[in-house]
Design a protein around this ligand. Structure first.
Ligand code: MEV
Length: 321
């Protein structure tokens, strides 16, 4: 057997949060997203025979991967094809802390980690353009018509200003953000949520366009607030964004309940994050202690999981009770 690779390579990525602008971003409006320090690691090793995948969802030969992993399978095949390597003699292990289907971008994060690991395994440099075009294959399976914001924010180490088809701008807040995140415990079907907004748009274009315009305006104000470190103003914009997401029909009772509970705990603002219709919400705290308190109250209220962190550190804390 010809060996022209390292015998083991590792690729990593992290999760993401959309601070403001999800759904509107699919229609070309701006959005702000940031890294969320839940990590995924992919290990590629040399073996003999069929490509084997080891993951929490599926362990076995690549050809029999389940339907929900077809995007990853397609991305893997295309990456190997791009590298000019055969689909054999590899063992690919995925170890992810990102809960699946919760609007935290697990599909893009897994694809990023895998593409990075495969390139590293074959000792090839990977450009951002190559990474994004390969990961987009998997994202198209997962979301149908992805804006690309998930993979861009997951490949970034700082918050980003994202507009479909335009240059991505790093967006450093002048003040750290203290964020609590809570999981409804229900799978968020981003593809269905995106399709529902599309149907709403077709049925009532003026009304939906009005919401999208408002979100566009909010994103611009949020960018200015971040650059000024005006966290109070940012919180109000998160609340306004949640109102528009409710009008677009992508929030639900579980998410609304968690949002209300966070506000009751004194959050400066709270909203769903990601596709909605299940999945996660986020809340802005005044400081780390406050973010911790909000995360704790959200867990007591019924969130299946909650976390808190600050954007000036890579540390993520969970509430385990
Ligand atoms: C999903 O994380 C964000 C959405 O705006 C879809 C997308 O941008 O592809 C709902």
């Amino acid at each position: 057997m010809e060996i022209d690779a390292n015998t083991r390579a590792i690729g990593e990525s992290h999760s993401k949060l959309i601070l403001l602008g999800e759904h509107a971003v699919v229609y070309g409006k701006p959005a702000i997203a940031m890294p969320f320090p839940l990590k995924v690691r992919c290990i590629v090793e040399e073996t003999i025979g069929h490509v084997m995948l080891n993951s929490i969802v599926y362990t076995g030969v690549v050809d029999h991967m389940p339907r929900e992993m077809q995007g990853i399978a397609a991305c893997m095949k295309e990456t190997l094809n791009y590298l000019g390597k055969p689909l054999e003699n590899l063992s690919i292990s995925i170890d992810s802390c990102i809960p699946l289907g919760r609007g935290l971008g697990s599909s893009a994060a897994v694809a990023i980690a895998m593409v990075r690991a495969l390139f590293a395994f074959y000792g090839k440099e990977l450009s951002k353009e190559e990474l994004f075009s390969l990961v987009q294959i998997s994202e198209t399976y997962a979301h149908g018509n992805p804006s690309g914001i998930d993979m861009v924010s997951e490949a970034s180490d700082c918050p980003v200003w994202f507009e479909k088809g335009k240059e991505v701008l790093p967006l450093k807040s002048t003040a750290p953000l203290f964020i609590a995140v809570a999981d409804t415990g229900r799978m968020a079907d981003t593809r269905t949520a995106v399709d529902n907004v599309k149907k709403r748009y077709a049925a009532n274009p003026e009304k939906v366009e009005q919401s999208l315009e408002k979100i566009d305006h909010m994103a611009n104000k949020a960018k200015a607030a971040l650059l000024k470190g005006d966290i109070q103003c940012l919180g109000e914009l998160l609340n306004d964004n949640q109102q528009e997401l409710m009008k677009l029909g992508v929030s639900d009772e579980g998410l609304n309940g968690l949002v209300q509970r966070a506000l009751k705990a004194g959050a400066l603002g709270a909203k769903l994050t990601g596709g909605g219709m299940g999945g996660c919400m986020l809340a802005l705290g005044k400081n780390m202690e406050h973010a911790k308190l909000i995360a704790k109250e959200l867990r007591e209220y019924g969130a299946s999981n909650s976390w808190y962190f600050s954007t000036d550190s890579d540390m993520l804390y969970g509430v385990y009770e």
